[in-house]
Write a protein that binds this ligand. Structure first.
Ligand code: GDP
Length: 303
């Protein structure tokens, strides 16, 4: 595992599993990535590192390009250099398999719906553009060096440890806070945007299955079911017995310079190739997140 800060703790503050050894690396620093690969001798590398909150990518577009885009290239280079691969070499046995976290944000202003592996990209944010760069680099290293390198084009995947800036967690925390009387109004941006939201645990299972394929292939992972932000809010408030219309306000400052209005996965190729399908429904996911945040806020109130 490569961690920017070398922290021994997970994002939710729990200690990491004792078998996990943390090796520091920085997606901006080629030398540190080479050292991390040399030290850890991995059989599989998952690049999940990115500046991943879309609105920030307009504020820091060059950082997005460096970390989210060129960071992928540096990771691929670290593997290539450590393995001594050159363009003339045709065998890649013993070289770690590489997974890149590509994203449905690359589809952006969608050309068709649902979106599959063959849908053209039209990214709508510096984040989406940077991810598209990484995506094509993975494809290029696969073709140039015979590396087992794949991109998972994953649709939005959420869990109780999702960052609070993302809409699902913002809503689950907001609903819990309103229910406990800690907050009155939840301010949101575009309620009409439609997303294909799934449970992150299902997607991690899919990621490992992608690296276990016989032949490397980029695949779409999603649920194939779309909900509006408005539906998310309505369901989350209803879960605790409240009417969302009493507690939600639209704040135009939260609207984006360019919006991705609709995302919906065509997961038929992943079903066929991997036998993968999500197991947690949208309703179960939202209930899980709201219940978790109710416990979290209740515990912190008691502390
Ligand atoms: P994204 O799909 O990776 O950008 O994930 P987000 O969770 O950040 O946003 C999902 C959708 O929710 C986008 O279309 C946002 O415009 C919309 N949205 C509406 N209100 C909010 C809000 O207050 N915060 C965030 N993060 N998104 C919001």
């Amino acid at each position: 595992m490569v961690r920017g800060q070398g922290r021994p703790y997970a994002r939710d503050g729990r200690p990491l599993h004792p078998d996990i050894r943390v090796v520091s690396g920085d997606l901006l620093d080629q030398t540190s990535l080479i050292a991390a690969v040399e030290q850890s001798c991995p059989t599989e590398v998952y690049n999940l590192g990115a500046l991943s909150f879309v609105p920030v990518s307009w504020k820091q577009p060059t950082v997005a390009a460096e970390v989210t885009g060129k960071g992928v290239l540096r990771m691929l280079e670290a593997i290539r250099i450590t393995a001594g691969l050159s363009s003339s070499r045709t065998t890649s046995s013993g070289v770690p398999r590489f997974y890149q976290a590509s994203t449905s944000e690359m589809f952006g202003k969608v050309r068709e719906s649902p979106q599959s592996e063959t849908t053209p990209f039209h990214p709508r944010s510096p984040y989406g553009v940077a991810k598209a760069f990484g995506h094509y680099m993975v494809q290029n290293y696969r073709e140039s060096y015979g590396m087992f390198a794949v991109s998972g084009i994953l649709f939005n995947h959420e869990s109780p440890i999702r960052g609070p800036e993302f809409v699902t967690r913002k809503v689950s925390l907001g609903v819990a806070a309103v229910k406990l009387g800690l907050m009155d109004k939840l301010r949101l941006g575009n309620l009409e945007a439609e997303r294909d939201w799934g449970f992150a645990g299902d997607y991690v299972r899919g990621m490992t299955m992608m690296l276990a394929q016989d032949e490397p292939e980029d695949l779409v992972l999603g649920t194939g079911i779309t909900h509006r932000v408005r539906d998310l809010v309505e369901f989350a408030f209803a879960h605790v017995g409240l009417d969302w219309r009493d507690h939600v306000e639209v704040d135009s400052r939260l609207l984006r310079p360019a919006e991705v209005e609709l995302l919906c996965a065509d997961l038929s190729r992943a079903r066929q190739k991997l036998g993968w399908k999500p197991e947690v429904s949208f309703e179960e996911l939202v209930a899980m997140m709201v219940d978790s945040d109710l416990r979290l806020l209740t515990d912190s109130e008691d502390a």
